[in-house]
Structures are given as structure tokens and as C-alpha cells.
Write a protein that binds this ligand. Sequence first.
Ligand code: HEM
Length: 645
Amino acid sequence: MVPSVKLKNITRVPYAYRKAAKDVKVFGYTIPKGAQVIVNVWAISRDSTIWEKPEKFMPGRFLDSNIDVRGQDFEFTPFGAGRRLCPGLPLAIRILPLMLGSLLHSFDWMLEDGVTPETINMEDKFGLTFQMAQPLRVIPRIILAIDIESKGAHDFVLPTAFNSFASRPRTKNLLPHGPKPLPIIGNLLELGDKPHKSLARLSQTYGPIMSLKLGQITSIVVSSPTMAKEVLQTHSQFFSNRTISDAARASKHCEFSMIFLPVSTSWRDLRKILNVHLLASKVLDANMNLRHNKVQELLCDLRNSAEAGEAVEIGNAAFKASLNLLSTTFFSMDLADPNSNNAREIRKTVCSAVEELGKPNLTDYFPFLRWSDPQGIRRRTNVHFRKMLDLFDHIINQRLQLREMGDSVKENDILDTLINMMVINEEKKENDHLNKTTLKHFLMDIFAAGTETTSSTLAWSMAELLKAPEILSRAQAELEQVIGKGNQVKESDITRLPYLQAVVKETFRLHPAAALLVPRKAESEVEVCGHTIPKDSQLLVNVWAMGRDPNIWENPNLFMPERFLKLNIDFGGHDFELIPFGAGKRICPGLPLAARMLHLMLGSLLHSFDWKLEDGVSPETLNMEDKFGITLQMAQPLRALPMAP
Ligand code: HEM
């Protein structure tokens, strides 16, 4: 009745009370500005001019009526109406029928002793919510064991009072098979804390392409090379964009980030910069020595530990080295210099941001909760992103100042290349996509995507080798033969080290850093192998499951690098049995650099030291459990002792 536009401000008094924002005429009456307006839904619901026998509880009245609770039918507005309609409505209308239906379906009910249906106290108590004046106490009696799964969540008997919104027409679709979803939460509970493993198990029942309902999101999970090829290559035009996690919205990162931008001119420009100017073979060859120097520093640290007889946390050492390999390639400086506060800060920040990005977030499954950020993930990610963006801002400004000084040292590194492009764009006033803001987000992508992935892969390699001493010896023997005792491993040696390459491939097969790749999204409805994939579905490619599929690999759970000596399989995105870097348009652009860094670091660690697990751990007792996150890390960090050979 009251125009909602004018009454949108609520006073700080109980729910559903509103305040007139200015004078307004309603049916000839003037409601003055500031007046409190109370909508008595209780009275409306008991108005005998609207309802037959209004005091009687007669759910059947709704069976033949179209009246709904969604705020369109003003006879019945328990959730309010208009702009301030209860935002929890969609959740409430699922939870209430689910709970009531479950209670009625699972138990017989009796009033507690001394109370009969005639004497039950139905008085209410006025407050923020209407409660029973005397709380209801009842005795449940089990009548049957309920099996929601076999009954099917959608067939659940719902109370008739909710029929108006529960009996939406059911359309037959050809979604891939999948476990039956529960109301509201769908299959969320089935994911557990190791989704890659749960999904691998489910795919044994439902096949290499299956669908799940994760909260409100339809997720398609692909677990075979054939299906992966279908979605990433054959139908790549439909699956080349990403679902945007809520954390990625922090600091508006997703609006600038190459990882999250949809396929577009901006995305293409950023990829081109990376592919042509930063990661092309000739550029990587040109700055190869920078990385060799960094690896020598890592070896120097390890030598100190060896002399002191101290075990090293491999993941930590590898993270520091990866961060410095990247920063030295890009900025000609160490970000992980232990003497610099800035450096320590960024390391902590990168880890925290990556951790937040990897946490399961309710808002990703229930987007209507986004406004509330219930777990605080976006808020915290924002803090970490801001710190990183500020640091990159500082580094860019410093370099700009150096350049202004004219005769200053020109680093002529990748940062210089990027700044040159940015300055040229500014001078030409071209509306190009590289400006200071995009540059900062670009650097953040590279450091977030390139450090944890590389260091956790290296830690897994070392763990597998320490678990299988004969494989470790074989890799060391190859290095000794090809490189020679006392010589330094170089990137140019990698092609001559087939066994080392096989060790890296075998590590990727068993421990892909991104177990489910980085989620993609169906841009429109698309048919894949006879199944309809709805628009906006999330696509997860379970590379972890593919790496352990006995139909593809002999003894899939064994670490056997030699299998790759006989197979012509590489991780470049063409052999879909092994795609740790993804495939198709969105394949990881960092692959050429990551491959160099990994072989160089692993080869150097193996060639320079003998290795032993720390005291108290043997190859048999080494904990090889993983911890799911944005990267798949070792649940218990690997600690090992380097020893001079
Ligand atoms: C062992 C190391 C690495 C692994 C396993 C890895 C894995 C991945 C995967 C699985 C994707 C998603 C691909 C897809 O959707 O098909 C990806 C994307 C990406 N990676 Fe890597 N990555 C690694 C290292 C790096 C490095 C060193 C860099 C930077 C120099 C980097 C930068 C990126 C970027 C920018 C994207 C997003 C590309 C896009 O969406 O267009 N990665 N990576």
C-alpha cells in the first residue's frame, strides 16, 4: 500500500517498521516526513475480509491459491516487501520446509504429559519476533530411518503450507549424472576437506563427467583425459572464462587480473606481454644467469645448514628461492632477502593471500551472502592484496625515480621493459591496457601464481625421492655423469637430463600443484558428449584423479619416473593425461619459466648434496598426506638434512 521508494529507511526499532523519507500522500492522507510507519502483517493475516475463517490453521487454503510469500502478494508478507524485503528469504524458504518436512517425516509427535491439543497454549509474546508465550515441548518417536539420498532431495515431502513455492515445475535435463543433492547445501558435505579425493571417489560411481550442486552453484567435474580434452580444447570457446571467487574481488583484483579477466582484449594484451616480452625463450635465455646466481645462493644457505648438521624445511627454502628467482628475473632484486623488512613482509603476505584465496568460502556457494562476507575472507584478502599492491607501487616508483636521474644504473630487466611500455602508452596517450594500476595487479598475479606452485612441487619431488633412495641415487648418478662432479647445473643442461625430467613429470602426475586446475565457467549452455552443461556452471578438472587413474597408468600410486622414459608424454598441454599447467587458451603462461626453475633447483639440490630425512623419520614413516588449498601442499612440511657428498 505504501510507496516503498519513499519509505526505504528503517528506524532502529523492531524489524518491518519504516520511516517516511519525506512527506508523502497515500490515499489522500499525508504521511509527514520522519513518521514511523508500521505494517501490521499480523492483522492483515487475520482479516476476515481477506481470509476465510482467518483464525483457523488451514494449510489446504494455499493448495488452490497462487499466493506466495515473496513480497508480491500483499495479503501475505511475512518477509516484508519492496526494497527492504528480507534478503534471507531464499534461504529461509528452503530451510523451513526442509526442517519441518524432516521432523514430520522422521517422527511421530506427542505433546508432553498434561497438555492436550485443546489445552495447548497458543498465546504469543510480542517482540522482535513473535514467539510462543509458553515454549512448545513435545516428544518425538522414531517411525522410520530416513534416507534422503535414496529418496532424492527434490522428492522430499514438504509441508503443504509451503507448496506454493516448493512445487516449481520440474524440467527434464540431461545434466551429467552425479550424487543426489541435499536441499540448500546440495553436495557440499561430500567435498570434505580433500575435495580432489572425494571427487575422484565419486567419479568412480558417476563417471568421467559428473555434476554436483555446491550450494547454489552447479559444478561439472571432469576426471578423464578424453573429457578434459572435450572441455578444454574441443569446446574451449565455451569454457575459457573463470568463475570469480569472492576473495578475488578484494581490491577489485578480478577487474585487472589476467587470472580472472574473461577472454577479452585486456586479457589478450596482458598474456601477450607475458608471452612475448617476459617469458619467450630468448628473454629467458638472456636472464638465465640471474637465476643461476640465485640458485648458488640457495646452495650456499644449504651448505651452512649441512655444516651445522641442521635439517632444512624444504618447502621454505624452495619458496624463498622461487620468490627470489622470480623477483630477480623481473626486478633484478631479492624480495626474500632476510635483511630486508620489506622482503619478509611480502613473503608473509603472499602466503596469507594464497591461503585466503584457497579457503572454502560460503559466499562462493551462496552468492546472495556476498554482501555480508560471513567468514571475513574478502576483508582479509583485501588487506593482503593492498600490502602487495603498495609494495609493487613502491618498487615501480623507485625505478621511475632512478630513470629520472638520467645517468642512473639502468637495470634493463623485465620491470624496465614493462615501464617502457607503460611510459610509451602514456606519452602517446594511447588507451592501452598497461598502466600503473594494471601493472601492479599484473605483478601480483605473477608472484601469487608463480611462487607457491613452484615451491610445493619441489618439496613433493624431494619427498618422493627421499622415500625411494634407489630413485634418488639414479637421479644423482645421471647428474654426475652429465654435469660432472663439482660442476654447476645450468638451465641449458636440462635437455641432457632425461631422468631428472622424468622425476619432475612423475611429481606432476602424483602431486599436481593445482589439483582441480583453476575453476572455469560455462559461458553459455553447451552440449558435451550428449550432456547439457548449463550456462554459468563451474568447471573443475580433476587432474589429481587423472594422475592416479589405473586405466591410464600402471601401478598409479607408485612413484616410478622411469615410466616416462618410455612414454612420449609431456606437460605442455597437448597430452591430456598429464596437464598440471592446464590446457587450451588459459594454460598457465608461466610454464616455460616454472619448468626451468624446477629442473634447475631440483638438479642443483641433488647434485650438490646427499640427503637424509631428519632424525626419527624413515622412508617408510615419511608423511605423504596432502593439504588441499589453492596449491596442494604437504600436510606435514618435509624436513631433510643436506650433507656434503
Ligand atoms: C609448478 C609451477 C606452476 C604450476 C603447476 C602452475 C599451474 C597453473 C594452472 C593449473 C593454471 C590454470 C590453467 C587453466 O586454467 O587451464 C595456471 C594459470 C596461471 N599461471 Fe601458473 N603454474 C605454475 C607456475 C606459474 C608461474 C611461475 C607463473 C608466472 C610467471 C604463473 C602464472 C600463471 C598465470 C598468470 C595464470 C593465469 C592464466 C590465465 O588465466 O590466462 N604460473 N597455472
